[in-house]
Each structure stands twice: as C-alpha cells, then as structure tokens.
Design a binder for this molecule. Structure first.
Ligand code: FES
Length: 68
C-alpha cells in the first residue's frame, strides 16, 4: 500500500501511522518528538487538513504534504 507525500509514493504496512511510514522512508529525521499526539512535531497536511501524523493511520491513496 502507498500514499503520496510531496509527490513521492511512500509505502506502508497495514496499521502503520503516517509518521512511522515517513520515518521508514527517510522523509522524517527530525521534528518527531513524543510519538503520542502531544507535541505536534509531526504535523502534516492531508488534503487541506492539518493532522498529527503519529496518531493518524496511513491509508492507501492519501495525498499528504509537509506542514509549513
Ligand atoms: S510526534 Fe508529537 S504529536 Fe506526533
């Protein structure tokens, strides 16, 4: 399964969070602090909605971008 992040296909496994998939793909090497939805360091935008990637389950076909 894959989602799109800043124009790049990112593979993930069922049940994996958006942030976990991004870290595994080398797209996140900083800004992920708590991993439990408290710090907002993992903020991304899915569609037009900002979300915390560490507590958002990855879904096939999501279009995700880095939060500014
Ligand atoms: S890493 Fe802290 S809210 Fe996601």
């Amino acid at each position: 399964m894959e989602f799109l992040f800043n124009g790049r296909d990112i593979a993930f496994e069922a049940g994996q969070s958006v942030t976990a998939a991004l870290v595994r793909a080398g797209e996140r090497d900083s800004g992920v602090f708590c991993g439990i939805g408290v710090c907002f360091g993992c903020l991304v935008v899915i569609g037009d909605k900002p979300v915390r990637g560490c507590v958002t389950q990855a879904e096939p076909g999501q279009v995700i971008s880095r939060a500014v």
